[in-house]
Design a protein around this ligand. Structure first.
Ligand code: BV8
Length: 225
């Protein structure tokens, strides 16, 4: 029975060298979100979108999980079946650190999906717009990622886990993207203790019963211990 639900965002991977979105110099200061993280942007210019994710997929493959990812994997080993990570991140650093109960609500850049038939498969390091789908052969492949305006994965199961959680922890997220930013309210309403672990107060810090601020590689291991 999941007792601890942990929501992670780009901030937990920052010290592994992967960019965040809304910090100074963040990804959305370099790319127009509307062009590279919406279905409309993909329809307009699939090559640009693949270029954007190919670069991030390469960075993520070269990145190393940090002490925060490792601490969460230790926590799961110490409490088998009771810890769930719901991540907004599309990298695989949680899995590479040893976590196994990881739900990617915004999808994964290591996976590809056919826009025609919905088939998914392991993405090659570099994807091209006209790569044929292995199932239906349509030249309609996209990253298996949830863009703005698309329905996140696992929502019903996430809301069920939030209702049963005793502790809800948000790590490395600005609390600016929904429905993830409302999870603290969903969990709090159901009686969970809510804790924010972030470099600085997030947009939703007021919704948390407790907040600790500092680099994830320091405050997450301290919390896990
Ligand atoms: C949906 C995948 C219907 C792509 C992403 C108006 C009002 C409210 C909502 C909306 C609105 N208009 C539209 C919406 C809905 C929209 C939304 O929320 N828009 C926002 C911008 C207002 N949401 C959607 O469209 C979602 N779908 O709503 O469907 C629905 C409705 C209800 C229920 C079900 C369905 C789909 C959203 C998914 C979009 N895809 N990513 C990609 O990754 O390229 S979102 C994108 O933002 C990333 O996934 C990212 O993870 C996510 C959130 O960002 P963060 O992870 O928080 O990163 P950020 O840079 O913002 O913050 C980093 C934090 O880390 C900072 O606080 C920083 O201080 C901290 N930090 C930095 N370094 C460290 C650190 N912390 C610790 N240690 C450090 N070293």
């Amino acid at each position: 029975m999941t007792k601890i639900v942990i929501l992670t965002g780009a901030g937990i991977s920052a010290e592994s060298g992967l960019g965040t979105f809304r910090d100074a110099g963040g990804i959305w200061t370099k790319y127009d979100l509307g062009e590279v993280a919406t279905p409309e942007g993909f329809a307009r210019n699939p090559a640009l979108v693949h270029e954007f994710y190919n670069a991030r997929r390469k960075n993520a493959a070269e990145a190393i999980p940090n002490a925060a990812h490792a601490a969460l994997a230790r926590l799961e080993r110490a409490m088998p079946g009771e810890v769930l990570i719901v991540t907004q991140n599309i990298d695989d650093l949680h899995e590479r650190a040893g976590s196994t109960a990881v739900w990617h609500m915004h999808g994964q850049m290591t996976r590809a999906r056919c826009a025609a038939c919905g088939e998914t498969w392991d993405a090659p390091m570099a994807m091209r717009p006209d790569d044929p789908c292995p199932a239906c052969a349509a030249p309609a492949t996209r990253p298996d990622i949830v863009w703005f305006g698309e329905f996140p994965y696992h929502m019903e199961a996430i809301w069920e886990a939030l209702r049963a959680a005793e502790i809800f922890v948000a790590i490395g997220t600005s609390g600016s993207v929904y429905p993830a930013a409302a999870f603290v309210q969903d969990a709090g309403r159901a009686g969970a203790h809510t804790l924010e672990l972030n470099l600085e107060p997030s947009e939703t810090v007021g919704d948390f019963a407790e907040a600790r601020h500092g680099p994830a590689s320091e405050i997450v291991p301290a919390w896990v211990e």
